[in-house]
Design a protein around this ligand. Structure first.
Ligand SMILES: Cc1cc2nc3c(=O)[nH]c(=O)nc-3n(C[C@H](O)[C@H](O)[C@H](O)COP(=O)(O)OP(=O)(O)OC[C@H]3O[C@@H](n4cnc5c(N)ncnc54)[C@H](O)[C@@H]3O)c2cc1C
Length: 377
């Protein structure tokens, strides 16, 4: 077992990637961890996830990289192509100074969730669905939490991993800036993977930004970012036709993707939103992690990665011999700059996409950001 943590009992609100990663990091140090989630049945929406090398490093440290490599897909770098699928540039995965992991990867969201969930359960973490926080009271020696089923208990620490619309953020930081719609919408769909799509692809220079990421030996997912300043509602019944229309100017592999779209396609459309809480992520014995603290647009494909790293670093800081407030301050100091970089650079790339900036200008920011994220956490 790793060095034990300064806290003995931790309640985590939210069983997404951030909450489950924190649960694993803490349970590995002998902490009694329970996770609650208000959904009655867990369901991962949103197709696939692209994972950078830094995220794979964090998953390695959590002990689940092997399983991810078995069930997902790993590869290196990003092939940048033009609208017709002709290669323009290859963005190499920057080497990590402190880990040997593949340069990039992809996995279905539901599969990553299952891997993290299984590991948390193996470590003895109890996950309770259909529950939320009803009331909390902070004392010096504990945070008392009453759940929506009436169960009331003292905890050493409450971790808010309750996502973009975090109720704990609203409760703890009512003055926080609201979540902001960024003017883009994201279309995603999982498809069979042709052999030629063996690593990440971007298709730039057209009306939208389009990409493909392998998520297993058999599957890949497509994402398409569209400029939608008025944030229209998309009727699920016609989404396949709208996505096909958006893909009409594109050739090469995207023409093949377009030909496969139909009413049967499981398309996920989502307007992009962003927020960044800032430097202060804790109040008393409650700390926010993941999207609850910093939700990014997907241009760097690092939002889930930041949540996973949050969980890992929280476990590390709580394992140092220091009072809880110092541990939480140290956690914030280690997380602030990386998470700020991801949120701000993703917004910057989104602006360049909307402005129709050159592929070189867009991918220069991607390249610089991946290099920064390669640094040790
Ligand atoms: C279009 C799009 C594409 C993306 N693509 C990528 C990508 O390729 N790679 C990547 O790394 N990141 C990507 N991201 C970002 C990534 O999806 C998020 O950063 C990540 O899922 C956040 O994880 P989380 O655990 O913090 O929050 P969530 O996954 O939102 O989990 C929060 C959990 O809390 C629960 N919950 C919420 N409120 C309550 C409550 N009141 N009580 C109890 N439980 C509650 C929810 O049910 C949920 O299970 C993308 C984001 C978007 C929008």
């Amino acid at each position: 077992m790793l060095k034990p943590a300064a806290v003995a009992r931790v309640l985590i609100v939210g069983s997404g990637v951030a909450g489950l990663s924190a649960a694993i990091a803490l349970a590995r140090r002998g902490v009694h961890v329970e996770v609650i989630d208000h959904v009655r049945q867990w369901q991962a929406t949103g197709a696939g996830l692209t994972l950078g090398a830094a995220t794979l490093r964090a998953l390695q440290q959590l002990g689940v990289l092997e399983e991810l490599m078995r069930l997902g897909h790993t590869h290196a770098g990003i092939q940048v192509c033009d609208v017709q699928g002709q290669p323009l540039r290859f963005i190499a995965s920057p080497p990590l100074p402190d880990a040997q992991v593949p340069g990039a990867g992809g996995i279905l969201r539901s599969v990553l969730h299952d891997i993290l969930f299984a590991e948390a359960q193996r470590l003895g973490v109890a996950v309770h669905l259909g529950l939320s926080v009803d009331h909390l009271e902070q004392r010096e020696d504990a945070v008392q939490v009453r759940l929506t089923n009436g169960r009331t208990q003292d905890w050493d620490l409450l971790v808010g991993a309750d996502g973009l619309a975090s109720a704990l953020r609203a409760r703890l930081f009512p003055q926080a800036a609201p979540v902001r719609f960024t003017g883009q919408g994201c279309w995603r769909v999982v498809l069979p993977r042709p052999e030629a799509i063996a690593h990440r692809h971007f298709f730039l220079g057209g009306p939208c930004k389009v990409g493909l990421t392998p998520v297993s030996n058999e599957e890949m997912y497509l994402f398409l970012l569209e400029h939608v300043p008025h944030n229209p509602w998309r009727d699920p019944a016609t989404q396949h036709a709208e996505l096909a229309q958006l893909l009409a100017p594109y050739g090469g592999p995207l023409a093949e993707v377009r030909a496969q779209l139909g009413p049967q396609s499981a398309i996920v459309y989502r307007p992009l939103e962003s927020h960044f809480l800032g430097e202060r992520l804790h109040a008393g014995r409650v700390v926010l992690i993941g999207d609850a603290a910093h939700a990014t647009t997907p241009q760097l494909a690092a939002g889930a990665g930041m949540g996973i790293e949050d969980g890992l670093v929280l476990g590390e800081e709580l394992a140092r011999s220091q009072p809880l407030p110092d541990a939480l301050d140290a956690f914030m100091r280690r997380r602030h700059e990386r998470c700020r970089l991801v949120v701000e650079n993703s917004l910057r790339i989104g602006e360049l996409e909307v402005q129709g900036a050159s592929p070189q200008a867009q991918t220069d920011v991607v390249d610089a950001s991946l290099r920064a994220l390669a640094q040790p956490i």
